[in-house]
Ligand binder design. Structure first.
Ligand code: SAM
Length: 208
């Protein structure tokens, strides 16, 4: 049986921003159909496989270009993608239940639209948006994900407060917050914001 030290993670993003919250919400929600936008080396993906694959069959869709965002300039994304596959295979080897893993390599707008055209409207129990940090991309991910999420399902955004340190300050088009704010305002009659530490935003779908 592989151990946790066999994983190849080059950062602690998931542990710092999401793990403590997911330890609370994932057992409560107990999702079976999961979609992740932004997998990188698979830290959040492996968590979900390990946490859920011990107790039930799950279907897990991962969308990533493995080309990185503006924050990954200088990163060897081919090595990141290799680590993703190595890590995922370790996690899959640890669990007893069936994990239907569907990896969609490409831009999230196209891949989310494909899932919709495949009839997956109102399909997913849990969607994690952790892909592009550019506001227009995040807004697109949010709106398409909302359509793919089932009623009372949970949509989670990472990096609500992430921004670049630019000479002229914060560029509101190059960070997720304005997009997440616009989405939660426009959909305020169809969602409920779930209480969580502010670096991430969690919403529950109340109606279509
Ligand atoms: C912050 S990382 C994801 C971290 C991962 N969830 C974890 O817990 O370690 C963001 C990922 O989103 C991907 N990405 C950036 N823009 C994207 C886009 N428009 N469509 C699909 N993936 C994108 C990048 O390649 C990168 O791997």
């Amino acid at each position: 049986m592989p151990s946790n030290s066999d994983y190849k993670f080059s950062n602690n993003w998931f542990v710092h921003s999401a793990k403590a919250i997911w330890d609370q919400i994932i057992p409560q929600l107990n999702p079976r159909k999961i979609l992740e936008i932004g997998s990188y080396e698979g830290a959040s993906t492996c968590y979900l496989i390990e946490k859920l694959g011990h107790q039930q069959d799950i279907e897990l869709h991962c969308i990533d270009t493995w080309a990185g965002g503006i924050e990954h300039q200088g990163t060897d994304m081919a090595a990141v993608e290799q680590n993703f596959w190595a890590n995922i295979n370790l996690a899959l080897a640890k669990v007893s239940h069936r994990v239907d893993l569907v990896v969609h390599k490409g831009f999230s707008d196209l891949k989310l639209a494909e899932l919709l055209t495949q009839g997956k409207r109102n399909y997913f129990d849990f969607i994690y948006v952790d892909g592009s940090h550019q506001a227009p991309d995040v807004l697109c991910d949010a709106i398409l994900s909302f359509r793919l999420l089932r009623k009372f399902g949970l949509l989670a955004f990472d990096d609500y407060l992430w921004h670049e340190h630019l000479p002229y300050g914060v560029d509101p088009l190059r960070c997720p917050k304005p997009a997440i704010d616009a989405f939660t305002n426009l959909y305020c009659r169809q969602l409920r914001i779930v209480s969580a530490p502010l670096y991430q935003v969690y919403i529950q779908k109340i109606s279509d």
